[in-house]
Design a protein around this ligand. Structure first.
Ligand code: NDP
Length: 289
């Protein structure tokens, strides 16, 4: 039989760590597969997705800037998991015998990282989520499923945060979570009226541009946790600022990256890879000059 093929689709794609992560998972689990990185221009995405199954591809990961357009493709041609449907973005596609499936494993990846690498449960916690872009959309439903006491989405453009809070309002009610969307500028008032947060998650791309996000003093409890979804150069400007503000428990997004890949790998292959050895190897590699 021809070898099962997988790939990550992005534009640009040369910096992606996904081929290395999935190759390590395959070696570790004894799964025989090929995983490559495909640079796909936005105008070529639909045609590429249509052609891949005939070329032996059983699944792909989707990254910037294709997560929303791939979602639209699956919405037309296949089935979306609920978490992907609500996110409006997919990061994992699988061509199954039953057809094309679109999923978003980012949120589960984040939760798995928090639980396994940081022994952190969100149940009953007050969580502040910064940003309202694709990364935020992908994690809101899984975060609500972890039943935090409160989830505040704060974004530079306030309207995008309040829209997200509206979209997920019924899910928040079911989870028993107080969900609120606001502008970053309204945070001092939110902290004043509702109290400090146990955890802040940066899902903005501000760190990519070397920018920190200034949070009002006392936003996070001193024994709280600061998480930046960005990975690569660490510590990120956001984590440095949080450290200077007295927060001692900090993490970047490398664990989330490995965990979201593991959820995708399990969806494709039906086996659960061990993530810690892969995480350790990447951490060591990124620390090298
Ligand atoms: P988007 O472009 O979709 O969204 C960007 C968000 O960042 C918007 O909410 C935008 O606010 C905000 N933003 C950008 N610059 C600033 C700034 N200077 N100050 C304040 N807010 C700012 O990006 P994504 O959501 O796709 O990705 C966000 C980050 O998450 C990236 O760094 C990405 O690498 C990371 N990520 C990590 C993953 C992992 O596995 N570790 C998985 C997915 C993403 P506005 O609406 O006002 O423009």
């Amino acid at each position: 039989a021809p070898i099962d093929c997988y790939a990550v689709l992005g534009h640009p794609i040369h910096h992606s760590l996904s081929p290395q992560i999935h190759a390590a998972f395959a070696t570790q689990t004894g799964e025989v597969l090929r995983y490559s990185a495909l640079d796909v221009a936005p105008a070529e995405l639909a045609a590429t997705l249509a052609r891949l199954p005939a070329d032996g591809f059983r699944g792909v990961n989707i990254t910037v800037p294709h997560k929303e357009s791939a979602w639209a493709y699956v919405a037309q041609q296949g089935t979306l998991t609920e978490r992907a449907a609500m996110a409006g973005a997919v990061n994992t596609l699988a061509w199954k015998t039953t057809g094309l499936l679109g999923d978003n494993t980012d949120g589960q990846g984040l939760l798995n990282d928090l639980q396994q690498r940081h022994a952190l449960s969100l149940r009953g916690k007050r969580v502040l989520l910064l940003g309202a872009g694709g990364a935020t959309r992908g994690v809101v439903l899984p975060l609500l499923a972890a039943a935090p006491a409160a989830l505040v989405i704060a974004n530079r453009t306030a309207a995008r945060a309040t829209e997200l809070a509206d979209l997920f309002a019924h899910k928040a009610v079911a989870a028993g979570t107080l969900l609120h969307g606001c502008g970053l500028a309204a945070l001092p008032q939110v902290v004043n009226t509702t109290g400090t947060f146990d955890m802040v998650i940066n899902a903005t791309s501000a760190s990519l541009g070397g920018e920190a996000i200034a949070l009002p003093p006392g936003t996070i409890t001193t024994d709280g946790f600061a998480y930046d979804m960005m990975y690569g150069k660490t510590p990120t400007p956001f984590l440095i600022a949080q450290q200077q503000a007295g927060v001692t428990r900090l993490a970047d997004g490398l664990g989330m990256l490995v965990e979201q890949a593991a959820v995708a790998f399990t969806l494709w292959r039906g086996v659960v890879p061990a993530t810690q050895p892969v995480y350790n190897a990447l951490r060591e590699q990124l620390a090298r000059p």
